[in-house]
Design a protein around this ligand. Sequence first.
Ligand code: TA6
Length: 301
Amino acid sequence: MTDISSALDLTHGLPGIARVVDGHGGLPKVQVTTAAAAGEVYLHGGQVTSWSPAGHRDVLFVSRASRWEPGRAIRGGIPICFPWFGNKAGDPQAPAHGFVRSKQWTLESIAQTDAGVAVGIATESDAETKARWPFDFRLVLRATFGASLQVALVATNTGTAAFTFEEALHTYFTIGDATAIRISGLDGVRYLDKVDAGRERLQEGDIAFAAETDRVYLNTAGAVDIDDPTLRRRIHVSKQNSQSTVVWNPWIDKARALADLQDDDWTRLVCVETCNVAASAIELAPGQQHTMTLTVTVAPT
Ligand code: TA6
């Protein structure tokens, strides 16, 4: 066990419930094990990488080809996109989806609550982030592992100038077969089709997958269901203070092109992302705070 994991476990560990241990690549992670659920969060990227409620296999997908090293994003779980989503406008050299998903976060708390075991981690601006984005901020992620998974992302403007940011909880869900699932809850919602040069379209009915799909659903605060006939379960994704939902499946060619995805990973993952992007970007004045929350439940079908 690395010194950092041992020290954090000594300070924050709850014996028999939540421990800080070395994960892949020797990266410290919090491992939660209770009767209600098991789960994991890496300090690298502030990334939840596992949630298995009792009686269910893991609801979150992580690729076996993922990299586990400083400066690289973990491929799977819940990457955090901040302070921009996708490519940064006017700065093609900037890292896609911002810089906090490849940053080391700080463990602040582990506590048992009525809803489950709550893990609090944080990151904030520093010289490196300010070279990319000249604002002072603090981000806190609270992940609660229980019969449901709750994830809250709290952004605070700790500086003297207002700023505008985009954010996403870019959740990768485990599914049995991408060609068989159906996603409901976005009927009648307009979206930007990123596979078709960002053309704006209208969703009609449920989403089914038959090709690369990359869509930004606009002005939608509603919940989404992922119906999975192969794993015989329904994943319910609800949210608060989020006005955009992104749906992504890389399909064959994109999965093959991404080095940290296995070629057939597209068959067993779908991203349904809880966001505030594009026209729903958030403006914060100095001292102001914004909290976006995701709640996931799963039920057999
Ligand atoms: O959320 C969908 C998306 O923006 C896609 O365009 C695709 O690029 C995906 O994210 C993964 O991005 P990444 O930078 O992690 O390879």
